[in-house]
Each structure stands twice: as structure tokens, then as C-alpha cells.
Unconditional design. Structure first.
Length: 323
């Protein structure tokens, strides 16, 4: 496995709880990190850089308290997602906060910038970058990122269309850093499968939406429990970039999921119910919803994932050819 040194000895299962807009906050992050899963959140889940910094300080303090109260136990690292794009006016200010507080993991989206990577490396931090194509992966590798998050077909949010069986081995040919696999992964058996394919870590988003600590409305959790893979709609019409959304949330916003624009973004003001907005009421999810049937606490989910993962590894070892 190719894992950053800061991750070693802290994980109960090789999982990153993905940073999810309007979903991930300090409670979810802390419960994950104190139970052996890398917890993350988007900086933009706070409306201001000052609010973002307050969350970083809170998470660091709570993790430090956990470690002081549990001698010999280390919390998993936490991470922050930065949108590195010219449309995000906060990126420089938010990066300054990350450097100031030495955030262990920075996850970048919509742009791999070597200068940002250098700044994070300057204090010993790690940078993962999410990609959907080999071209994007090569560009990020040139920026010297530590890990590539391969967002494959079926992932929640802004997802690619490539099968992990195609994207992962092709990326591994030229990248020897950490590979994190995303796309419809919902249980520990699938985490083991991702690792068997050559990934170092699995990236789980939708499964963590359906937890008690996520900040989504109860109706969002219920919709995930009631949905299957067939209820996921892949469209660029909501955000301008192809993404996966829950069909029923589109219907309840007054849209026809079977007749959405194939290229252009919908004018939210004219087409949508005024009370419905992208991401807040039109909810993203991945194709892995079909095996999600409960809303546990994040700590219980992390322990379950670890048990499923260990059982799957044991079963693979017991049944391997020639074993």
C-alpha cells in the first residue's frame, strides 16, 4: 500500500469519508476520525473564511482531547476540500487558514495547482486531488500531489463515466502515490474489493449522508433509504457539470428527470420551484444507494465498515487459489 506516513497506524479501515457540500461538518468529521476513518469537509460548508477557521480549530481541539483522554490511541487525520477554481473567491484565504493550522489533508477539486501543493507540503501536509479522466490524473501528477481520487462511474456528486476497472490500472501505470477509489462504494466488502483492484483507500460519500451526524434534512436521509441505483440521474443540467442526483428530489423540485437539458445548465430562477435549489433541495447521491437501509451513528458505521472489511479480507485469503 502507498499511504502517507501521517495515515499509518491511525486507520481501522482504509476509508476516507468524502467531503460533501451542505452535509459534512465537525460532528461527522470527529466521529469518523476517532473511529479510524479519515473525516473531511468542504471549506465552503461555512459561509465565511472566519467560520471555516472556527470549524478547523474546533475539530483540532476535539481530536486533541480524544487523544489525551485515550492514551495510546491516535485519531485518523482530518481533511479539508478546497475548490481551486477562479470562480471561488475564497480559495487563497481558505488556503491560508489550512497553512496556519497545519491541516493534515487538503483535497483539491477543479484545479491542481503546484503552488498550493508546495504550500501544504511546506508544513508537512498531504494533498489529494480528485479526477475523472486519465488526462486530469496526469495533470495532477505533474503538480506533485500525494494522492489521486479517481471519481468513477456511479459516484455521488460530480462523477466521471469511466469504470474503475479501466481508470485505476491505467493511472497506476504512471502514478505511484496514493490512489483513492470513489464510485458506488457503500460497505466494507466493497472497500476490500477496491483494495484488491490496486487502490490504497476507498472514498465513501453517500453512505455517510445516511448517518445521524450528517447535516442534511431527515427527508434527504429517507430518500436515500427509499432509492435504488435506478433512481440516480446523471445530468449536467443542475450545476453545469455532469453529476448524480436523486430522481425524486428532481421531481419534487418541479423538473422532469427524463427531459433535462443534455448540455446546458437550467436557469434555476425560471425553471425551478422558487423554494427549491441545487444541492440544498436537489440532492446528490451515488449509485450505491441500493444497499443503504439504515441511518446509524457515524461511529457505529465506521466500526461496521471495519468489521465487514476484515471479514472480506479473511474470506479472500481463505478462498484464494492454491491456498
Amino acid at each position: 500500500m502507498s499511504l502517507p506516513e501521517s495515515f499509518r497506524g491511525t486507520l481501522s479501515v482504509p476509508v476516507v469519508a468524502a467531503p460533501m457540500f451542505l452535509t459534512s461538518g465537525p460532528d461527522l468529521v470527529v466521529e469518523c476520525c476517532t473511529n479510524g476513518v479519515v473525516g473531511t469537509f468542504p471549506a465552503l460548508n461555512q459561509r465565511t473564511t472566519e467560520g471555516f477557521e472556527a470549524w478547523v480549530v474546533e475539530i483540532k481541539d476535539r481530536l486533541a482531547t480524544f487523544e489525551s483522554e485515550n492514551p495510546g490511541r491516535r485519531a485518523a487525520p482530518f481533511g479539508v476540500n478546497l475548490i481551486v477554481h477562479h470562480t471561488n473567491p475564497r480559495v487563497e484565504a481558505d488556503l491560508t487558514v489550512c497553512v496556519k493550522h497545519r491541516v493534515p489533508l487538503v483535497i483539491t477539486s477543479l484545479g491542481a495547482v503546484a503552488d498550493l501543493v508546495d504550500q501544504v507540503h511546506g508544513y508537512g501536509g498531504v494533498v489529494f486531488h480528485d479526477v475523472t479522466t486519465v488526462r486530469h490524473a496526469k495533470s495532477a501528477a505533474r503538480a506533485n500531489v500525494d494522492g489521486l481520487i479517481l471519481v468513477c462511474a456511479g459516484a455521488g456528486g460530480h462523477a466521471g463515466t469511466l469504470s474503475p476497472f479501466a481508470l485505476l490500472p491505467e493511472v497506476r501505470r504512471f502514478f505511484d502515490g496514493t490512489i483513492i477509489l470513489a464510485g458506488a462504494i457503500s460497505d466494507g466488502r466493497q472497500v476490500a474489493a477496491a483494495q484488491a483492484m490496486g487502490a490504497d483507500l476507498a472514498y465513501l460519500g453517500t453512505r455517510f449522508i445516511a448517518t445521524k451526524e450528517s447535516t442534511v434534512p431527515d427527508e434527504n436521509r429517507a430518500m436515500i433509504l427509499d432509492s435504488t441505483a435506478a433512481d440516480i440521474v446523471y445530468t449536467p443540467a443542475i450545476s453545469g457539470i455532469p453529476a448524480n442526483f436523486l430522481r425524486r428530489s428532481l421531481v419534487e423540485a418541479g423538473l422532469d428527470p427524463d427531459n433535462l437539458p443534455t448540455k446546458d445548465k437550467i436557469d434555476m430562477g425560471e425553471e425551478l420551484n422558487p423554494e427549491k435549489r441545487a444541492w440544498k433541495n436537489i440532492w446528490s447521491a451515488g449509485q450505491g444507494v441500493g444497499i443503504i437501509d439504515d441511518v446509524p451513528g457515524a461511529a457505529d458505521l465506521c466500526r461496521r465498515l471495519a468489521t465487514e472489511y476484515r471479514d472480506a479480507i479473511a474470506a479472500l485469503n481463505a478462498n484464494r487459489i492454491g491456498g
